[in-house]
Design a protein. Structure first.
Length: 336
């Protein structure tokens, strides 16, 4: 029995429009990325600006205060941190041959264990992976920001979104069917609050951990304390594993100074981790509607595999958006 499938002209046209729309979105993906990053920045700044607005400060002035403080912070960071950081990196590059010489005995022992050819293959493979990773980092950085112009565009868009607090609501109202407008606007507001609370809490957490590590390493007289502290702070974005990743280079460099110092550095990071888990995180992140740490780790892995550094940057915000949306779906299922 033969069956015929009839496809109407309108259905075919819709299919074509969907394909063209997806192709168009792919072509403007860099622009969409800039807008998305601007949304994340605006979400983080919107909370303090709302607080100022509730205290009779006009949004335009509140936004100006917030952004001026951010610019002042980065200017202070560039003035106070970057010069000594550059000096430490230069010194590390100078001392690197010395460290490699100290590793010579270990390399010879490794050669005896696994064979020279196998070791050479491992080193070549590691070198290729490092080169690929470096290329990927710089390539992605160029594609994301495209220079100063893109950074300025992101900055300007985020300012507009903060100053015009009704802009997103008006935009969503224009593109959403009337029956769903209330829900979509409410969803957008909850996502904005979640992203803003998470980002503000995460930045504060990274800063506190980085400062504690810097003070500890400085007191222990570990070389390159500032560089190592910045790494430890940046790695805080990764739950659980971030502490290990941040401690590893500090322990290795301390070991070159003395094994005892390396042991003290391990103890330092253990203390910092305990303070973070039992004191800092509960206080700093208590107002942030956090994601499950496992969800954050998985999202970072997926984002990194799909889009390198770019994927890591937007992975957690996208996971937060999806979690809010899925939470609504599950609640509807329970009600039904």
């Amino acid at each position: 029995m033969n069956q015929s499938i009839n496809i109407s002209t309108s259905t075919f046209l819709r299919f074509i429009l969907i394909i063209l729309g997806m192709a168009f979105l792919y072509l403007i993906r860099d622009v969409l990325l800039m807008v998305f990053i601007a949304l994340i920045i605006a979400a983080a700044i919107d909370g303090p600006v709302d607080w100022l607005a509730r205290h009779k400060v006009r949004r335009v002035f509140g936004a100006a205060i917030a952004y001026l403080l951010i610019v002042a912070f980065f200017a202070l960071f560039m003035y106070l941190i970057v010069p000594p950081l550059a000096g430490q990196i230069k010194l590390l590059a100078t001392d690197l041959p010395d460290y490699l010489t100290k590793l010579g005995a270990g390399v010879q022992l490794l050669e005896q264990k696994i064979g020279t050819q196998n070791l050479q293959k491992l080193l070549e493979k590691a070198g290729d992976q490092l080169a690929d990773a470096t290329s990927n980092i710089f390539g992605t950085a160029v594609s994301i920001f495209g220079g100063i112009f893109s950074a300025v565009v992101i900055f300007v868009i985020s300012i507009y979104l903060v100053v015009q607090d009704k802009a997103i609501k008006i935009f969503l109202s224009n593109i959403t069917p009337p029956a769903h407008q209330v829900y979509v606007i409410d969803l957008a507001e909850r996502i904005q609050r979640k992203l803003g609370a998470w980002l503000r809490g995460q930045i504060l957490l990274m800063g506190i951990v980085g400062l504690m590590v810097f003070v500890g390493l400085t007191l222990l007289k570990v070389k390159f304390a500032l560089t190592l502290a910045l790494l430890a702070g940046l790695f805080e974005i990764i739950p659980y594993a971030g502490a290990v990743l941040g401690a590893t280079p500090a322990v290795i460099l301390a070991f070159f100074q003395s094994p005892l110092l390396a042991s003290l550095v391990i103890a330092l990071f253990v203390v910092v981790q305990q303070l973070e888990n039992h004191l800092i995180v509960p206080q700093v992140m208590k107002r942030a509607v956090g994601l499950n740490p496992l969800v954050i780790i998985i999202s970072l892995i997926i984002g990194g595999n799909l889009a390198g550094i770019l994927g890591v940057v937007v992975a957690v915000p996208i996971a937060a958006i999806i979690s809010v949306f899925l939470s609504d779906i599950f609640k509807r299922g329970e009600v039904a």
